[in-house]
Design a binder for this molecule. Structure first.
Ligand SMILES: [Zn+2]
Length: 91
């Protein structure tokens, strides 16, 4: 028999609190010069990727992050920053 370590209601509350915390941490991780997070009034939104870290379903956040990564890769290709040519560093 599986030991019951906590009340199911308490576990759900703990998971909800973890969910909020992880979304916050993910938004902080995403925050950068290019992806400034709007954080007033407890909001966590990236105006570049249109990610709402508080409300978007996780699968939607995943999709938007992937698309942002692909846009950045395309930008680097267009700018000649990728792929990196190693011979440039050996002078
Ligand atoms: Zn972003």
């Amino acid at each position: 028999m599986i030991p019951v370590t906590e009340n199911p209601v308490d576990e759900i509350e703990r998971l909800k609190a973890d969910n909020r915390k992880l979304r916050y941490l993910l938004a902080r991780q995403h925050d950068s010069v290019k992806h400034m997070i709007y954080g007033d009034d407890g909001e966590l939104q990236c105006s570049v990727c249109w990610i709402d870290f508080r409300r978007d379903p996780v699968v939607e956040i995943e999709r938007k992050l992937y698309e942002a990564g692909m846009r950045e890769l395309q930008r680097m290709v267009d700018a000649g920053e990728w792929p990196v040519v190693s011979s440039k560093t050996s002078a």
